[in-house]
Ligand binder design. Structure first.
Ligand code: MG
Length: 336
């Protein structure tokens, strides 16, 4: 069985990765966290890694970059949240070992550099993001030129039927309640604004070498189809499962094999139905902003990402209303 290193082991994806590693009986070489030392030490007692690093310690971020490149693991799982994950991700890519990529921001803010580094070191990137894992699976064995478009599905989050006026008074507590998925705070707010899907458009553009106009976003509130690919002949291939991040995490660790996992099997006959709708641009202005940035290039995408990270933090601290998140981003993009 292969060994793993988990960068960002105390976050939601990191914790679920360790559940999967435990289930698969994988050895853990190194664990890193930013500031949750208590959980990191608990994980260290359970998984007995050679190295544990706390990023908030003096020199901690440099130590994380060093361990990303030198832990000796067969697979490096990059689950650090936000732009802080860029340097460790680039270091991981330089190992030439498989990178299970769960941190979308490096692709968003430096997609060309990330993909170029992977090519240079002949490193295999397996996406962990559920949509990109689905697309990865849907295109296996097919030629790139056969892809007509990628169809990213989105749950629409908790506010998909709300108007702009109703969104103004949303509190962080309301925005942190996602109907289908268990995720970290940042990505849960990004799901509520649909900026998460916006970042995923940019992520998909780089991972699968397609143009923004080859990516369509549709709302699928049940979160059973994790994304689809339409081919040139009009055939659409989809990947389905119960919504559970442990499924794409395990796939990124075992690919090209598939092993029994921790996700409850999908009972198709128990489903009440699968529905699809177009996202309302007035409810979700972040989506159009992401397309704008995707078309404008890497610098615009980096700006979009940085201002979004700031705005989400301000919102979580009750310093700006929910509806100011896209306003701040739009302002930064137009200045840019
Ligand atoms: Mg996703």
């Amino acid at each position: 069985m292969k060994s793993i290193t988990v960068l960002g082991s105390t976050g939601s994806i990191g914790q679920q990765t360790l559940e999967v590693a435990d289930h698969l009986g994988m050895a853990v070489m190194a664990l890193t966290a930013y500031k949750n030392n208590e959980l990191l030490q608990e994980q260290a007692r359970e998984f007995n890694p050679d190295t544990t690093i706390l990023g908030s310690d003096p020199g901690g971020m440099d130590a994380i970059i060093d361990v990303a490149e030198n832990s000796g693991a067969d697979i490096i799982v990059t689950a650090i949240a936000g732009e802080a994950g860029l340097a460790p991700t680039l270091a991981a890519l330089k190992t030439g070992k498989r990178v299970a990529l769960a941190n979308k921001e490096p692709l968003v803010c430096a997609g060309d550099l990330v993909m170029q580094t992977a090519r240079e070191y002949n490193t295999e990137i397996i996406p962990v993001d559920s949509e990109h894992s689905a697309i990865f699976q849907c295109i296996l064995g097919d030629k790139h030129k056969n892809i007509k478009k990628l169809i990213l599905t989105a749950s629409g989050g908790p506010f998909r039927n709300k108007t702009q006026a109703e969104l103004r008074d949303i509190t962080p507590e309301q925005a942190l309640k996602h109907p289908n998925w268990t995720m970290g705070k940042k990505v849960t707010i990004d799901s509520a604004t649909m900026m998460n899907k916006g970042l995923e458009i940019i992520e998909a553009m780089h991972l699968f070498s397609v143009t923004p106009d080859q990516i369509e976003v549709i709302i699928h509130p049940q979160s059973i189809i994790h994304s689809m690919v339409e081919f040139t002949d009009g055939s659409i291939v989809a990947q389905l499962s119960n919504p559970d991040m442990r499924m794409p995490i395990q796939y990124a660790l075992t690919y090209p094999d598939r092993l029994p996992g921790l996700t409850r099997p999908l009972d198709l006959t128990a489903l009440k139905g699968l529905t699809f709708e177009k996202p309302n641009p007035d409810t979700f202005p972040c989506l159009a902003l992401a397309y704008k940035a995707a078309n404008a290039g890497t610098e615009a995408c980096a700006t979009l990402n940085r201002v979004n990270e700031n705005a989400v933090e301000l919102f979580l601290n009750n310093e700006i209303p929910f509806t100011d998140i896209p306003v701040m981003i739009e302002k930064a993009l137009s200045e840019f």
